[in-house]
Ligand binder design. Structure first.
Ligand SMILES: CCCCCCCCCCCCCCCC(=O)SCCNC(=O)CCNC(=O)[C@H](O)C(C)(C)COP(=O)(O)OP(=O)(O)OC[C@H]1O[C@@H](n2cnc3c(N)ncnc32)[C@H](O)[C@@H]1OP(=O)(O)O
Length: 201
């Protein structure tokens, strides 16, 4: 049996998805498009003005972000309410592994038509962290070693996987990979140290 590791949906997800679409469309259009970029900037700034005027105090928002004890909703890899997250959606498996299928577009480009290596590192760091949560022992990333075997393609389905390998006292070792069409593009080995930071309350 598998388990969907997503948390409850709420209103900001739809706006975040729209913002994600805007980012993708902007990068896609660029200055060689016929779009009225000055007018678009004015409209986007008007949206930001509206949001900033209605935002709660930062501390209240931080407390709100860290409510509950499970998966986060705001992080830059899997957070459905964060427009810079693709976002990854995980399935946890009974063998202790987790998996996410994702296709990345132009905002995540590094080499031509390929995923930026730092983006791969972000996705793997977070996925290893979620695998630790799935296994029941979490920690802070102390070391993350990546090996880039092949360019990771944009515009094609990717599978991001991770699994906790061992827990030795406070030291947690976790591995993961990104694959495209069955070919491993990036592998990761992480050392995590169990040391929870207090959540804002
Ligand atoms: C059902 C639902 C499930 C899903 C539920 C999901 C939950 C939601 C998941 C969110 C997933 C987020 C995943 C993102 C994860 C980040 O992004 S974390 C952010 C990036 N990392 C950091 O900022 C860490 C910064 N560093 C630190 O805070 C501290 O250095 C550390 C790493 C906590 C260690 O500090 P410390 O506790 O003072 O450690 P210390 O006592 O000095 O050392 C303990 C041991 O670890 C060793 N060690 C410490 N640091 C290192 C190092 N860098 N290298 C090697 N060894 C080290 C020491 O040598 C020592 O070893 P021993 O002497 O015991 O053999």
């Amino acid at each position: 049996m598998t388990m969907d590791l997503q948390t409850e949906r709420c209103g900001v997800d739809g706006a975040a998805a729209a913002a994600r679409r805007v980012i993708d469309a902007l990068v896609r259009a660029g200055d060689i498009s016929g779009a009225d970029m000055a007018g678009i900037a004015d409209r986007l700034n008007a949206v930001a003005d509206d949001l900033e005027a209605q935002a709660p105090p930062l501390r209240d928002r931080l407390v709100n972000m860290w409510r509950g004890d499970g998966n986060t909703r705001h992080d830059p890899a899997a957070g459905p309410e964060n427009p810079i997250a693709p976002p990854l959606a995980y399935t946890g498996r009974p063998d202790g592994s987790i998996e996410s299928d994702v296709t990345l577009g132009l905002p995540y480009q590094g080499p031509p038509s390929s995923v930026h290596g730092g983006v791969s590192a972000l996705l793997l760091d977070h996925t290893l962290g979620v695998a630790n949560g799935w296994a029941g022992t979490s920690g802070m990333t102390a070391e993350l070693t990546l090996r880039y075997h092949h360019p990771t393609p944009l515009f094609e389905p990717l599978t991001v996987t991770a699994r906790q390998v061992s827990v030795d006292g406070r030291k947690i070792r976790t591995t993961g990979a990104i694959a495209a069409a069955g070919r491993t593009c990036v592998t990761a080995e992480g050392l995590f140290i169990a040391k929870p930071l207090p959540r804002p309350r």
